[in-house]
Design a protein around this ligand. Structure first.
Ligand code: GLN
Length: 536
């Protein structure tokens, strides 16, 4: 077993997740078996109870775990499915330690951060490592070196290095090399300080991943090497590139994988880049469509990262460029002007009343003007509410999530949620089977009649209204295994709407884009053509 630990220094938000994922892609492309895990030093048990403004999107795995969005990056770059064990948090570690203490498993001892907490961290790392016959386990430690929260984790990986040998362990440190002045001189001091802080806790990095605007000059690399003791060929410039899927190439070119392979004495395959044509499409899209992403967390685009990636996957596979127009749903309540220049509309998931009326207005606008619409989770529920209000004429139809006294609760709490009080990990979560109606648009989009998709919701289409919807032309063409949960909606008389209760964005992969995102883009292209013809 070989470990590569990735830490971060200088400032947060440098893209450790992208560096870790890119390393994973490169190692995997040499035929190595790789997994990745993320350590989040916050006290939350998982990411599920956090507002997207705090840490961006809450990602959902097959097993129903609600995890950090970096796990989404790992899954996309490694083309694999991970489990909740791949995301360690302070909350998970402390909960386990305290439960063990209560059970008397430490009877007689004073329970302390070292060794009890650090042992629990190492146990969790080894648990993931032992799951399969991996060649490399990538461990990303969240936070910035020097933070109080991440100390126990850094101490644990320091111990792990001692215990696991040494020739099978590498420390990579992601830092920032800013450029100052009119000539853009690259400054190494922040990195020197950050490495100093790491060394104080007993960790000497083997690799530096330096985030910078432009590639590091040889001079800068030499200076960094001199001050940090990291060998010159272990210093990688991770300068800005237009798309995350281009980061692995930039790293590969600097020989970092050869460096790792040599250090680990791996005998492995030649580099087999599976994304070559994908990346060509991303770099040179043929034609572009404009898609409105209507949400309420749009100031932080990371809140919708899996949608952004899904669109990127569509571009990579079709060559169609996608310009996302970020639209705040509150801006659509009185006027839908902001949607007048788009070729398609995506309404993603969300919680809480704020922003709902604008989303309903967007759904109406799309239906009346026949603009292609993709609804995901809340976006599915919004399409149903809009249809109830404006086609069925059910005034003030709503979801009981937003209005408990609505006369027409067309979206209502899932029956098994009645009496559920705890908020953490209690939604309908994870991968579930969805059965598609033969001959439906949905079944044509997927080319099969059975799919498995990831869920995260508490509310559903109220079964009492289903026949009224279907009689009026809103068809439910995907249902759960038992046929009682509505999973997909489409129109009987048009192909402009596809709305799904599940989150297809979580399983979108570079070489296998989310089918409904792909469909939206194909329809958007058609729509754009129609607009062009109409104005010609
Ligand atoms: N708030 C809605 C529900 O709980 C939708 C959830 C979502 O979009 N993820 O059902």
């Amino acid at each position: 077993m070989h470990y590569i630990v990735v830490t971060g220094g200088v400032i947060s938000g440098l893209g450790k997740g992208t560096v870790t994922s890119s390393l994973g892609y490169l190692l995997k492309s040499h035929g190595l078996r790789v997994t990745a895990m993320k350590i989040d030093p916050y006290l939350n048990f998982d990411a599920g109870t956090m507002n997207p403004y705090q840490h961006g999107e809450v990602f959902v795995l097959d097993d129903g775990s609600e995890v950090d969005l970096d796990l989404g990056n790992y899954e996309r770059f490694l083309e694999t499915n991970l489990t909740g064990d791949n995301n360690i948090t302070t909350g998970k570690v402390y909960k386990e330690v305290i439960e063990k203490e209560r059970r008397g498993e430490y009877l007689g001892s004073t329970v302390q951060i070292i060794p009890h907490v650090t042992n629990e961290i190492k146990r969790r790392i080894r648990l993931v490592s032992a799951k399969e016959d991996f060649d490399v386990v990538l461990i990303e430690v969240g936070g910035t070196v020097g933070d109080i929260e991440s100390m126990p984790f850094l101490e644990a990986v320091r111990q792990l290095n001692r215990e696991e040998g040494g020739n099978n362990f590498l420390f990579g440190h992601v830092t920032l090399v800013p450029e100052i002045g009119s000539v853009g001189e690259q400054k190494t001091k922040p990195t020197q300080h950050s490495v100093k802080a790491l060394r104080e806790i007993g960790i000497q990095p083997d690799i530096l991943f330096c985030r910078s605007k432009k590639p590091l000059t040889l001079e800068t690399k030499k200076r960094l090497s001199l001050f940090t003791d990291v060998p010159l060929d272990g210093i990688v410039s991770v300068n800005d590139v237009p798309n995350v899927y281009l980061v692995p190439d930039a790293m590969e070119k600097q020989g970092i994988v050869d460096f790792i392979i040599k250090r680990f004495s791996f005998k492995c395959d030649q580099y087999n880049d599976r994304w070559a044509s994908y990346k060509e499409n991303i770099k040179n899209p043929k034609e572009t469509v404009k898609i409105a992403l209507v949400g309420k967390y749009i100031e932080l685009q990371d809140s919708y990262i899996s949608h952004k990636e899904s669109f990127s996957h569509v571009t990579g596979n079709t060559g169609v460029g996608i310009e996302i127009k970020w639209v705040n749903s509150d801006d659509l309540v009185n006027s839908q002007e902001k949607l007048s220049d788009v070729h398609g509309i995506l309404i993603p998931g969300g919680f809480g009343y704020r922003g709902i009326e604008g989303k309903i207005a967007a759904a109406r606008y799309s239906r009346e003007r026949e603009i292609p619409y993709l609804g995901i989770c809340l976006g599915f529920q919004v399409a149903v509410m809009e249809f109830a209000r404006n086609v069925l004429g059910l005034k003030n139809a709503n979801s009981t999530e937003f209005d408990t006294k609505t006369p027409y609760p067309v979206i209502d709490l899932l029956p098994e949620q009645l009496g559920v009080i705890d908020k953490g990990g209690t939604m309908r979560l994870g991968s579930k089977k969805v059965l598609l109606k033969e001959g439906s648009l949905a079944s044509r989009i997927y080319g099969v009649t059975e799919i498995h998709e990831r869920h995260r919701h508490r509310y559903e289409v109220n079964p009492e209204y289903i026949s009224r919807f279907q009689n009026a032309g809103l068809m439910f063409t995907g249902v759960d295994e038992d046929g009682i949960r509505m999973e997909i909606a489409e129109f009987r008389d048009s192909e402009n709407l596809i709305a799904v209760q599940y989150h297809s964005e979580f399983k979108s992969r570079p070489l296998y884009p989310s089918r409904v995102h792909l469909y939206l883009i194909n329809k958007a292209l058609e729509y754009k053509q129609q607009v062009l013809e109409a104005t010609a």
